[in-house]
Design a protein around this ligand. Structure first.
Ligand code: AMP
Ligand code: ZN
Length: 110
């Protein structure tokens, strides 16, 4: 999608701090980190949210990429979050999975 910031990151039209890339996925550091480690994992393909994710292969790739990213960066303990919808905190409507780590994390989240 032409006006989607995460499509632009995936297409390298705007810079980001990439930490991982495959044919279908990229991961990059969040611009406003909520913990010492805060990475966003996205499919290169524009999908608005979890509610529009019908591609089982891509869903599997997205989830499996998490352990690859964490292995690569020596992250053992982490939280994964997918915000879906405005009320749940979704601000960017290109599906993304947060990997948050590097400090003790409280539960339940706010
Ligand atoms: P969410 O609230 O789940 O939609 O998460 C959107 C996340 O994208 C937030 O944590 C933002 O800090 C992050 N973000 C927005 N723009 C950028 C950008 N250009 N590069 C990296 N992260 C971004
Ligand atoms: Zn997009």
């Amino acid at each position: 999608m032409s006006d989607c910031i995460f499509c632009k990151i995936a297409n390298k039209e705007i810079p980001s701090n990439l930490v991982y890339e495959t044919e279908n996925i990229v991961a990059f550091n969040d611009i406003n980190p909520q913990a010492p480690v805060h990475i966003l994992v996205i499919p290169k393909k524009h999908i608005e949210s979890l509610n529009e994710l019908y591609d089982k292969d891509l869903a599997g790739e997205l989830l499996e990429s998490v352990k690859e990213i964490c292995k690569k960066l020596n992250i053992t303990d982490y939280r994964t979050v997918i915000n879906t919808g405005k009320e749940a905190g979704q601000e960017v409507f290109h599906i993304h999975l947060h990997i948050i780590s590097g400090r003790p994390l409280k539960w339940p989240p706010g």
